[in-house]
Design a protein around this ligand. Structure first.
Ligand code: H2B
Length: 92
């Protein structure tokens, strides 16, 4: 699968909300009311990931969840990452 360079990735990201391009991946930070809400979100992201066969890097501290998406097999950002990002945005 083709990877996108930074310029093209940034153009596609304009159609998404608050995702940034960093070090050949796309990233977004989420803040919730408490750990329970954050954990519920993580579980939903996990289910989406399993549906799509594509998995995020997740970092959680209490009510915060940082997500980083990249396609490890392709060593960059592909449509799989944008598809998962769009799906994640529908559950927030
Ligand atoms: N997730 C991500 N983010 N990148 C991958 O390259 C990847 C994945 N590969 N999930 C998938 C699983 C692959 O290993 C399996 C066999 O589909």
């Amino acid at each position: 699968m083709d990877t996108y360079n930074e310029d093209t990735a940034l153009a596609i990201l304009k159609e998404l909300k608050d995702w940034t391009f960093n070090n050949n991946g796309i990233e977004k930070k989420f803040v919730f009311k408490n750990f329970s809400e954050a954990l519920g979100f993580i579980v939903q992201v996990g289910l989406l990931s399993e549906q799509q066969g594509h998995h995020p890097e997740l970092f959680n501290v209490y009510n915060k969840v940082d997500i980083r998406l990249s396609t490890h097999d392709a060593k960059g950002v592909t449509d799989k990452d944008f598809d998962l990002a769009k799906a994640i945005d529908t559950i927030t």
